[in-house]
Design a protein. Structure first.
Length: 202
């Protein structure tokens, strides 16, 4: 099976996802709106849209026009856009199916603060998607509020690499090593701001 991603090549989530797909035996093509800063796995078929045009304001129109032709070359079985804004606007222009979007966070949660055009392009992409993956239940609720049918939308949490993140020598030893008190402790890597909804884990 061949999966074509529309996503920024230098994004850490993009690279992790590509590595997992390759490990599971999938063929991967990547259509990126930015030049690659670090080498990708050699198995990845890369298309750098910035080589077509990188003129502010005009490049997006050029990229949208080029995408259907790129997909005819790639011949994927599935088109997957990372982000309900930006990447999904490009991917939806090709009218390719099956088409999946992964909503990342502020792309939906801050939609009400964006411009009319931003809103229109995002809603159009969501309408065209065959399936929507959300990284949290809050994102899923936001998508449902925008009219995404419940049967085409589900929560898919980011997982953990247990080879890296594991209990080690036990909670007591790790607490002592980190200088933490012997009581329940919550570690959050996000800023304490409303958009990250810190009270949901409090």
């Amino acid at each position: 099976m061949k999966i074509c991603l529309v996503a920024p090549a230098n994004n850490a989530h993009t690279r992790r996802f590509i590595n997992v797909l390759i490990q599971h035996g999938y063929q991967v093509a990547l259509i990126s709106p930015q030049p690659v800063q670090a080498a990708l796995p050699p198995e990845v078929e890369l298309f750098d849209l910035s080589r077509l045009s990188n003129l502010p304001r005009l490049r997006f129109l050029a990229w949208r026009a080029a995408l259907p032709g790129l997909l005819r070359r790639v011949q994927p079985d599935l088109l997957h856009a990372f982000g309900a804004a930006g990447a999904s606007w490009l991917a939806s222009a090709a009218h390719f199916h099956p088409f999946v979007i992964t909503a990342m966070g502020s792309d939906l949660l801050l939609l009400g603060q964006r411009s009319w055009l931003h809103n229109r392009l995002t809603r159009q992409a969501l309408h065209q998607a065959d399936y929507l993956l959300c990284l949290s239940e809050g994102l899923r609720q936001a998508a449902l509020g925008l009219g995404t049918p419940a049967e085409r939308c589900e929560v898919a949490f980011f997982g953990l690499d247990l080879q890296v993140f594991h209990p080690g020598n036990g909670p007591a030893t790790e607490r002592q090593r980190a200088g933490l008190p012997d009581q329940p402790t919550i570690l959050s890597l996000r800023a304490v701001q409303p958009v990250y909804n810190p009270l949901s884990i409090a």
